[in-house]
Design a protein around this ligand. Sequence first.
Ligand code: ADP
Ligand code: ZN
Ligand code: ZN
Length: 739
Amino acid sequence: MTYADIIVDISHEKVDRSFQYKVPEELQHKLQVGMVVTIPFGNGNHERKGYVIGLSDTPAFDTSRMKELTGICSSEETTEERLIALAAWMKNQYGSTMVQALKTVLPVREKVKAKEKRYIILNVSEEEAEKIAGKLESGRCKARARLVRALLEEKKLDYTKASKEFGMTASVLRPLADEGIVQVVQDEVYRMTVDGANIPHEELSILTEPQQEAFDQIQEEWKADPPRPVLIHGVTGSGKTQVYMKLIRQVIDEGKQVIVLVPEIALTYQTVRRFYGWFGEKVSVLNSRLSAGERYDQFKRAKRGEIQIMVGPRSALFTPFSNLGLIIIDEEHEQSYKSENSPRYHARETALYRAQMENARLVLGSATPSLEAYTKAKDGEFRLVKLDARFEDRPLPKVSVVDLREELREGNRSVLSRSLRKAIENRLKCGEQAILFLNRRGYAGFVSCRSCGEVLKCPHCDVALTEHNNGRLVCHYCGYEQPRVEKCPVCGSPYIGGFKAGTQQIEQVLHKNFPKARILRMDYDTTRAKGSYEKILSSFAAHEADILVGTQMIVKGHDFPDVTLVGALAADLSLNAADYRCAERTFQLLTQAVGRSGRGTKPGEAIIQSYHPDHYSIQTAAAQDYEAFYQEEMAYRMLMDYPPAAHMLSVLVSGENEELLEQGMDYLAKFVERIASRYRIPVIGPAYAAVGKVNDIYRKVLYLKHRDERILQDIKDKTEKYIELNSGFRRLYIQFDYT
Ligand code: ADP
Ligand code: ZN
Ligand code: ZN
């Protein structure tokens, strides 16, 4: 016998409340999680629709009192049903509960009342109103006359505006309302994020020849049945955005809707403004600072068909459009498209699934595509479209690489190399701007030699070891450990240790070196206050400063025409992150950073300072050669069986009690080892997770790698069942993730 957990009321705040039903014999093999079924409900046993969120072999209560579901509906009829099917797919794909998946897909409605806006309208015919206005004027009721005249002109007056603009008061309004001449009505208004109404309309640019060619190739692909997802590989400044806009226009002209995903960090006023300028009231913009209620409002507008375009970070993917035509993912390689919470979905993969399900088209774009997307494009699964030149053939910046070990040998211990210092000096002289970028992404206590650049790595996993407080060096994939070293194992130099400089120290060094320069700093500290991020960016754009120094947040997508120098201070810090993707991240960040230089009419320059000047990710970024980078990096992934050459599943276990966690992980690892051994897959770890302890919660992780994803899925499903059936895991939190 099978029992189904069903939610009846999908009113968003009630997804936790489920009811169990018996599954009739003939449906037992057909029924799956995510399906829509008919059930008798309540005292009158009225037929209702329900959503299956779980199936089990054991009843949760007395079966004699349990009702039986009556049938399976053909699901995926309504927008909501399709989204629930999407949640079911995410649950299976990424490993989470159905409730977690539903809560990700359906925005939670908060118990907040929409703010109400009051309007005044005429309650009589225009002719009559004319007469009344005349009478009021001759009777010297000027204020009342003015109100009626204004209504004759505008039909509908905003209450607040009316009181502000022509001093309308309640005593003016009341007699008119009492006589039934005017009426006050309330409209539900949405909590708007940016007021799009005041932004002047802008025409779309005319595409350049290469842009038009890219557009045409996409049109050609869209004629295929079914069209493949498109990957636009376009260098920084090539005009990918212009191509997206034309595609959006086309799709909304067909009467369909569009979702545009952009990285959170790029959701600046500039971006939002451009969208409103082009598409006006048809657009809504989400960002993660919106409250759940605000997000809910925007989704409601989408559902009612009041908007056609939703722009936002990964959660915008779940906008309930009824006739979705296109999903665009800009900067598809961005890490922020991967969710950190269960289900740990990737927006790219999830968008692909949603697009297939709803017959919508998918367009990805990047100057530095993810290895995943580019591999699919090479295999022909995606259509590759290229934009190789910058707009108006503006040259890409001239890039040079400085060897920091050489600087040390020459006695220069400053964070600024001699050539970078000279270049900054020159920029200050000509009144141009410079960006200095300290690459700290993924920075986590690695140990390197300042003399020869050697980084201590795990002999099994080929990723950097991390120094712990107890002084031991640890691998976060497999748990390998070794004691700290006093001397570099390669060159014998004693200059071996962690890298300490931060943006603040760099700012001080700059002040000392260039006392007259105006300097802005942008990092986690200076952007915590609301609005400060925008303030720094707009101040720099207005040329109120000469140098902008900051972390990776300064290199993303900004367009500063006066910037002609970009310096990457220690380009390879991110190369040493304890993560197999670190070379890819380094290449992406450097390419993006270099791309900030010379975007205006003046040609640009970039200087990359590095302890590994020969590393392929530095070399290929300097040459702006994506293809060469891809070849090198793929060879490494193939050799080590890292994605996308293989798939990698992690099982993260966390809990407050370290002993309990150790025990739980032991059991779990044994179980996983047992099934994995059937497929001859070794289990890597368990080890302490990269961040081993957060807020007093301990975390351990193990990994599995295999080329066939279905096998990992099978292991995951069995492990999920095992966890469900064992009460010993109740006090631990277990999360699956495809890393
Ligand atoms: P990408 O998104 O590829 O980095 P953008 O679309 O931001 O490139 O374009 C880079 C710059 O060139 C922008 O300032 C943009 O306004 C300008 N540009 C690109 N294409 C055109 C065009 N067809 N007409 C006018 N300006 C363009
Ligand atoms: Zn050394
Ligand atoms: Zn290891």
